[in-house]
Design a protein. Structure first.
Length: 188
């Protein structure tokens, strides 16, 4: 008779939150597949793109009672072994008491060469499990390209790729985001 082995799911979000409180301020961690993962300091190019995104999303988000915030974790009710930190989170409602959002409407991840496969793989799957999420953007650093997953009214996801001359429609924020604006001050 064969025995089925159960994989230890690793750390759950509640356990991770307790663990993360005791980490020094200069350390940044995210929970990925039940394992705490350190986040390396980002390059200036990466951070300039994050700043551009947060700046361009901030005003339209504020006009809708929302905020564009960098560096907070997101949680999903359906996947309890993940607490990733996307580069930009747009969420509405009152300000969070902690650094964990369960209600984002838009997430943006600026892709780093060393984490691209993870960001476009398991993280994308996780992000699409968040019930409130309408848009997930994967923003390239080495070329002016943005990949967008949209959550449609039929509960399915669609995929779009946008180049440097495109504008990305964001009806929840009342307008468009020009891809070129994401790359202000970035040379290719």
């Amino acid at each position: 008779m064969a025995l089925a082995l159960r994989r230890d799911p690793g750390m759950r979000v509640a356990e991770y939150q307790v663990w993360a409180v005791d980490r020094p301020d200069e350390e940044r961690w995210e929970l990925f597949d039940g394992e705490p993962a350190p986040m390396a300091p980002q390059r200036e190019r990466h951070q300039q793109i994050v700043l551009n995104l947060a700046r361009k999303l901030s005003d339209p988000a504020r006009d809708r009672g929302c905020r564009a915030v960098p560096g907070i974790a997101v949680l999903s009710d359906s996947m309890d072994t993940f607490a990733p930190i996307p580069d930009v989170v747009v969420r509405c409602g009152p300000m969070l008491k902690d650094g964990y959002a369960r209600d984002p409407i838009l997430l943006a991840e600026v892709l780093s060469p060393s984490t691209m496969s993870r960001d476009r793989g398991r993280k994308t799957d996780f992000y699409r499990s968040i019930a409130s999420l309408k848009h997930f953007m994967a923003v390239y650093q080495d070329e002016p390209r943005v990949e967008m997953w949209r959550h449609g009214p039929d509960a399915g996801w669609t995929f779009e790729a946008h180049g440097p001359r495109a504008a990305i429609g964001l009806p929840e924020l009342g307008g468009d985001l020009a891809v070129a604006e994401i790359y202000d001050d970035i040379a290719f």
